[in-house]
Design a protein around this ligand. Sequence first.
Ligand SMILES: Nc1ncnc2c1ncn2[C@@H]1O[C@H](COP(=O)(O)OP(=O)(O)O)[C@@H](O)[C@H]1O
Ligand SMILES: [Mg+2]
Length: 395
Amino acid sequence: MYLEQLSLTDFRSYAQVELSLEPGVTVLVGSNGIGKTNLMEAIGYLATLSSHRVSSDAPLLRFGTERAMIRAKLVRGEQSTVLELEINSTRANRARINRSNPVRARDILGICQTVLFAPEDLALVKGDPSSRRRFLDELLVSLIPRHAATRSDYDRVLKQRNALLKSARAGKFSTGHEATLDVWDQHMARAGAELLHARLELVERLRPHLRNSYAGLTDGSKEAGAIYRSTLQGAVEDDGAVSDAGGPAEDLRLLSVDELTGRYIQAFASSRRKELERGISLVGPHRDELELVLGEAPAKGYASHGETWSMCLSLRLASYYVMLDDARTGGSAPILILDDVFAELDVQRRRKLAAIVSGAEQVLVTAAVEDDIPSELAGRRVKVIPGGIDEREDR
Ligand SMILES: Nc1ncnc2c1ncn2[C@@H]1O[C@H](COP(=O)(O)OP(=O)(O)O)[C@@H](O)[C@H]1O
Ligand SMILES: [Mg+2]
């Protein structure tokens, strides 16, 4: 798919901006702080309903305003879709698809497909496990939008179960509570099993693409891998801590959602005492880890700066290829967004990355310095100027 038109109202630094785009490569050039990332962030938000820079919506609203609008026209084959998303400070966000009646924002997930590369991606390797869980879950929802509900069900149950465990820890726990906890265990086991099942399948699909992408970006001397570590496999240690990452989840992959539900029920039962002592849920996909591996060693803590970047890029490329696999069976090729990444890379990696992405249906690249963009990414140049776009098609 490609984005043909983007229009923002009161989004970040923009009171109003219109951007017309074409398939193929477009490079947006403009000095630092001019608003390039703001444009890319808006497109990414349309795809995931979250920003790659901030965890809440508030900073997305132009300072002093209470409502931002993102409008986009997406083209997929012969079909075009107009998406409108309203981000509100005081009430729920709303969306419209092809000027229909307003729907929940969540209902547009899966329509705009993007893979966004950004300097923040370094956290995929260096950051804590939540960055990698988020990576998996966002990709999952893009591929299978109904998993947005799986995620929010799980989060809701987890929150309520944690509240109950916390009050138990504070001593406000009776035998009646124990029965309530049993009920929450059932809910959490089911929701957790669905999420775990989906994640394990996704990791399996990502793995070969991760390996190939890493080999393509580097000299191929180390192999990149990913191991999903589940707290379902981790022994709860005597101090109540589940051994940090849990065990590799290889043999869990063959289990059905029902079987995983059963495993969670068992695990909750055997960790209940610890959980009551600690006042927190110790077992579940919210504490799992996607361990990234380079050669023999984990990437985190061992990889060099260059290797870390190659791993991050490879994860994003792997997402892109998984989405492309889906595109062959009815999905659509995602829009690639490379926000300010070339400045971070050495010349070799720049050229290899450029060669890999240049064939995508649409590639949007931002850079402060045009010379950072390798010649492999020939295409339209758009100049970003204060408050808007100055299009020049002189090359
Ligand atoms: N909510 C907001 N309201 C108004 N201005 C904002 C808001 N958020 C960010 N900005 C401004 O946007 C600019 C940063 O834009 P950005 O897209 O990150 O620049 P770059 O071109 O370097 O990628 C900064 O000047 C910042 O002050
Ligand atoms: Mg930027």
